[in-house]
Design a protein around this ligand. Structure first.
Ligand code: AKG
Ligand code: FE2
Length: 365
């Protein structure tokens, strides 16, 4: 019998051959980041991307593919643990906790079918993954996981934060200072698994969705290349849903609620959803790897003082405009997570609920 901790190499499934309506997303090539000229060019490209499409690819980041493959292998090994073993690490979902495991079957999808989405979140705070307890599999690989999180900060997030600051004419380290890996924050790495549905069940899901349209709550979300198509993005301008295509060697990145608050809604929080895969990928499980970045917990989410925002007239976010108390990152996280996770049966029940004065939770279709 294999031991829990045997980690075999995960093999990616072949990409779809279907001709889907793919989103046309720009690529931010971080190999140009080394010069002032390159930085300025990328900053202009980045701000255009997050104000129009909301999603973009990051390429040229220098993270070796083996390191990413290894994370997929670890994620796969986690999901291969017996169900009762995984349940030992369940998150405190009813109270806004997300650190740990969330089993599938907690939500009714369209057509009365239960979801098959499992989530395992590993939070980093103070530079350490602080989930307790940890499965042996994760414990045995903790140093590697913590170093991987740091590498994502150093090679992808920090450059993106610098480019964002340049685009807003702020000091270059303005956002990196708020996102130090060693600070008290709730960024987290996530292994995610969407198990395949039996055909009769998939056919009943009339809207074809595994997860309705939503926005993420932090600053940037990094999605690792995922060969099973399912992610769809809502175009800010046209409102059309387009599929996100997996691009070799890339990360797909989206801007989220916190950037919208910090910039008086100049940066959009992008709406996206997860569909059933196309027909030629319906018989495989979809394994995902994501990193959710969030600034330090004590940051008050007020609009920042930027010359660009002043010139363009984006000087107040929804809290400030409505005369509400502006929450800290920790307060907002707790309330939005509670709204997301609490024990309702269907996603639709929570659409339109006020999460805190000035901010309403939405599920978009
Ligand atoms: O699975 C995906 O592609 C996206 C998942 C997602 O949007 C989320 O977990 O917030
Ligand atoms: Fe999301």
């Amino acid at each position: 019998m294999p031991h829990f901790n045997d980690i075999s190499q995960y093999s990616y499934v072949p990409e779809t051959k279907e001709n889907l309506d793919w989103a046309d997303l720009p690529s931010i090539d971080l190999s140009k980041y080394g010069t002032e000229e390159g930085k300025n060019e990328l900053a202009a490209q980045l701000i255009e991307a997050i104000r129009t499409k909301g999603f973009f690819y990051v390429i040229g980041h220098g993270i070796p593919q083996e390191r990413i493959d290894r994370q997929y292998s670890l994620g796969n090994a986690f999901y291969n643990l017996p169900g009762e073993e995984k349940l030992k690490y369940i998150a405190d979902l009813e109270n806004g906790g997300y650190t740990g495991y969330r089993p599938g079957g907690r939500r009714l999808l369209d057509g009365g079918v239960y979801d098959r989405t499992e989530v395992y979140n590993l939070r980093t705070t103070g530079g350490h993954m602080d989930n307790h307890p940890l499965p042996q599999l994760i414990q045995d690989n903790l140093e590697e996981l913590e170093a991987f999180g740091k590498e994502l900060h150093d090679k992808i997030l920090d450059p993106l934060f610098v480019l964002t600051a340049i685009a807003l004419e702020l000091p270059h380290d303005f956002f990196t200072k708020l996102h130090r890996y060693e600070s008290n924050h709730e960024s987290h790495l996530r292994y995610m698994k969407y198990s395949k549905f039996p055909k009769e069940e998939a056919d009943k899901i009339t809207d074809g969705l595994q997860s309705p349209g939503h926005t993420d709550l932090g600053t940037y979300t990094l999605l690792f290349r995922q060969p099973v198509a399912a992610l769809q993005i809502k175009d800010h301008k046209t409102g059309a849903w387009k599929w996100a295509k997996p691009l070799d060697g890339s990360f797909t990145v989206n801007s989220c609620d916190t950037f919208s608050f910090l910039t008086g809604n100049y940066i959009k929080s992008t709406i996206h959803r997860v569909s059933l895969p196309p027909k030629d990928q319906r018989d495989v499980d979809r394994l995902g790897l994501l990193y959710f970045s969030r600034p330090q917990n004590d940051l008050v989410l007020s609009t920042v003082d930027s010359p660009v925002l002043k010139r363009e007239g984006y000087t107040q976010n929804e809290f400030e405009r409505g005369g509400h108390k502006v929450p800290t990152m920790a307060e907002f996280t707790k309330l939005k997570q509670t709204w997301q996770q609490k024990g309702v049966r269907s996603y639709k029940e929570t659409d339109g609920q006020e999460i805190l004065p000035g901010f309403v939770g939405r599920r978009h279709n």
